[in-house]
Design a protein around this ligand. Structure first.
Ligand code: NAD
Length: 290
């Protein structure tokens, strides 16, 4: 296939490299990132999209996605598919899909889980919104870049799944960190805390797979000085997207709201920026009850 790939940063770079390695012809465009191995540099997003069967975007946010879509949609031939893999707001995902549909194109919102490691290893999970036909066309590419692609429903359903998942993740990480900080103050050994909770009803991915306490459980960013990993500001972005969606859908999400506020303080008023999102544990450890 001919693929246009726009946004070759931490995630997009290795994803595009995997597509090129699998034998696809990939034209890439980024404002600043270097071209990954096997990817041909295009001079603009428009040029990268011209003649492509599939255009993949991996961009920072919905406003940038909308601007790039304005440029690439007129360059694409009818029947081609615009597949956005960024994490953006549901409204932007749906607006771009409508715009692509009106131009005779297929469109998918296909955000990912799995992080930079998953992007490099080709083991991402894709959560996808859009039509069956568009999903079928891009499915072989999801197989190269990932280990699983779930077709969640119509346009926006992929982003909806992503922000709901990450709202659970943010809330469980905070709960796990505050429980460790409480356990410390109660004199409970952290390894014992892990041994009990990871096999009891308080277990979660945050505890079992990404333990925020260093030296306990599997290797995680806590063992690397809380270097991300998954940066606290990216978690904040996703929690704010969940709250934006909850607002527009009139959904009551008090825990998600509180998690967004806590990560907001951590990133904007404290020392959270540039640290892994599990660095909530030293934050709670250093604090006293209000
Ligand atoms: P990044 O900042 O490393 O990459 C984004 C790239 O987009 C940059 O290289 C930037 O130069 C480029 N860009 C910005 N505006 C552009 C434009 N107008 N035209 C062309 N290129 C442009 O970010 P990332 O970590 O690769 O994340 C990308 C997306 O994936 C985000 O939406 C993020 O939320 C999501 N995501 C990230 C992770 C992660 O662990 N990093 C995990 C899951 C999802």
């Amino acid at each position: 296939m001919r693929i246009g790939f726009i946004g070759l940063g931490n995630m997009g770079g290795p994803m595009a490299a995997n597509l090129a390695r699998a034998g696809h012809e990939v034209a890439g465009f980024d404002l600043s990132a270097p071209m990954p191995d096997g990817v041909t540099r295009a001079d603009s997003a428009h040029a990268a999209a011209t003649g492509a069967d599939v255009v993949i975007t991996m961009l920072p946010n919905g406003a940038i996605l909308r601007a790039v879509a304005d440029e690439v949609i007129p360059a694409m031939a009818p029947g081609a598919v615009l597949c956005d893999c960024s994490t953006v707001d549901v409204d932007s995902a749906r607006a771009v899909a409508d715009q692509a549909g009106a131009a005779g194109l297929g469109a998918l919102d296909a955000p990912v889980s799995g992080g930079i490691g998953g992007a490099a290893a080709g083991t991402l999970t894709f959560m996808v919104g859009g039509t069956d036909a568009a999903f079928a066309k891009v499915a072989p590419l999801f197989e190269i870049m990932g280990q699983k692609a779930v077709h969640c429903g119509a346009s926006g359903a992929g982003q909806a799944a992503k922000i709901c998942n990450n709202m659970i993740l943010g809330v469980t990480m905070i709960a796990t960190c505050e429980a460790f900080a409480l356990a410390d103050k109660l004199g409970l050994d952290r390894q014992k805390m892990f041994d009990v909770v990871s096999t009891s009803s308080g277990y979660s991915w945050s505890m079992n797979a990404y333990c925020p306490a260093p030296g306990v459980g599997p290797q995680s960013p806590a063992d690397n000085g809380y270097k991300p990993g998954f940066a606290a500001e990216l978690m904040l972005k996703d929690l704010r997207l969940s709250q934006q969606a909850a607002e527009s859908a009139d959904a009551d999400t008090p825990m998600g709201q509180l998690a967004a506020a806590l990560y907001g303080h951590f990133v904007e008023d404290e020392d959270g920026r540039g640290r892994d999102f599990s660095a909530m544990l030293p934050r709670f450890s250093a604090r006293h009850r209000d």
